[in-house]
Design a protein around this ligand. Structure first.
Ligand code: ASP
Length: 436
């Protein structure tokens, strides 16, 4: 194994393992066992140090960035003020090719240097809260965000942008939609599928579109702003509780489920409304933060064929459970032959769970609505106390909503509130045109 000092962050290297060779820039590694290599594609690759047989220094494979003088920030009275709160993810990850480290360019001056058009649109405030991958988000992070948003609102800003990793951005948008009651101004979450140092990055258009949308509209809710198509033509403003990431890498990965986007923002900055059912900005509205209980245990379990009762038993120590059932809300609970004997046990566990904690059923089809009255297993679940009948709520949103309800309301009110539309998470009618 090569020596420790051969892994200096910032060096361009050729790493050899038994299987393959890799060229890239060494990045700081969070632990001693692994090496993090930034590949030319912009992606980071983690290799076990043990697996590396040789390290060869390469000529710099990337251009060293010139240090630019940062512009000074001038406050323009006639423009709205937007605060950007950064949490990390691809939109925040940019390599400093001079050092190989991930750099934080998060001060207002640095943001303006990177995206100069923003100053034509609004006054910029900017703060780094975390620099984390969004898969690591936990309930306390939602509370931190809600508190920081509250602070900015007290300071009098006109809108807030949260930059966030795309993997769980839709969980956070739902969490904030619930946690921020009587929100007076817009809070728009923005992510990017490709980092801003790549030619194909979607970061700039997503951010600029969110800026333009806040500065030119009276929208006063939580929403997301992401690419509409895989080209750089337009972005869409998506609803906080009815949006999902549907692709690992495409820039137009985010789509609405059982709903439509609010608006389209073209690359020239023109806004066209698609759905005008939204709360308008009202600075007189007094924000109430309803946070998440930080140690709450709520589960989200996807059902599948050949399940075991043990998979459900795990949740007996939890306070709530969302099930992703099949079709209209079914679970493997029918015993029809010797091969399905296990299903008796599964049903017993579900019955016991539903007596103790709220158990909500959603559908893995995502589109459409739960209906527990069409088939008899559905009716049996309903009798056992399983919640969710007639809802068209996304499983992830149901998970967030259930956790938020358990954090803020007595247990006796949770079932009724779960069935009530609080933040646009449930629609009354399913519309034909809301499918793909
Ligand atoms: N894993 C990253 C995250 O969600 C991916 C991204 O930002 O797009 O934080």
């Amino acid at each position: 194994m090569p020596k420790k000092d051969e892994f200096t962050p910032g060096d361009s290297v050729l790493l050899t393992t038994k299987e393959k060779q890799y060229v890239g820039v060494l990045m700081p590694s969070p632990n001693a066992e692994n090496v993090v290599l930034k590949l030319k594609t912009g992606y980071n690759m983690v290799l076990k140090k043990k697996s590396i047989t040789a390290v060869k220094k390469e000529k710099a494979t990337v251009i060293v960035q010139e240090k630019t003088k940062l512009p000074s920030v001038q406050h323009k009275k006639e423009l709205k003020t937007i605060a950007i709160l950064h949490t990390g993810g691809t939109i925040a990850s940019e390599i400093d090719y001079a050092t190989g480290g991930v750099v934080g360019r998060f001060t207002p001056e640095e943001i303006i240097a990177k995206y100069p058009q923003l100053t034509e649109t609004a006054n910029v405030r900017s703060r780094l809260l975390r620099n984390m991958s969004s898969e690591d988000m936990r309930f306390p992070h939602y509370n931190i965000l809600a508190k920081e948003i509250q602070k900015e609102i007290k300071e009098g800003v006109d809108g807030i942008i949260i930059t966030h990793g795309t993997d769980t951005i839709a969980y956070t948008s739902a969490a904030l939609a619930f946690a921020l009651e009587h929100l007076p101004i817009p809070v728009i979450l923005v992510g990017s599928q490709r980092s801003s140092d790549r030619g194909s990055s979607d970061a700039a258009l997503n951010l600029l579109s969110a800026f333009r949308f806040i500065s030119q509209s009276d929208f006063g809710e939580v929403g997301l702003c992401m690419h509409e198509t895989s080209s750089d033509e337009s972005c869409v403003l998506l609803p906080a509780t009815k949006t999902r990431k549907f692709h690992t890498s495409r820039r137009d990965a985010f789509k609405t489920v059982n709903a439509r986007p609010f608006a389209r923002i073209t690359k020239e900055g023109k806004i066209t409304w698609i759905n005008q059912q939204y709360h308008k900005v009202d600075k007189a509205r007094k924000l109430v933060v309803k946070p998440f209980k930080e140690d709450l245990k709520v589960g989200l379990l996807k059902t599948h064929t050949h399940m075991y009762a043990k998979q459900f038993e795990v949740y007996s120590t939890f306070q709530g459970l969302v099930l992703e059932g099949t079709g209209m809300g079914h679970l493997p609970i029918n015993t029809l032959d010797k091969e399905t004997k296990e299903h008796e046990k599964i049903f017993k566990v579900i019955q016991q769970l539903a007596k103790k904690i709220p158990v909500v059923i959603t559908s893995q089809t995502l589109f459409g609505r739960i209906n527990l009255n069409v088939y008899s297993p559905g009716r049996v679940l309903k009798e056992a106390g399983v919640l969710g009948d007639y809802l068209d709520i996304l499983p992830e949103t149901a998970f967030i909503k259930l956790a938020w309800l358990l954090s803020n309301y007595p247990k006796t009110q949770v079932a009724a509130l779960m069935h009530e539309n609080l933040r646009g998470e449930i629609t009354k009618r399913s519309l034909h045109e809301d499918f793909l």
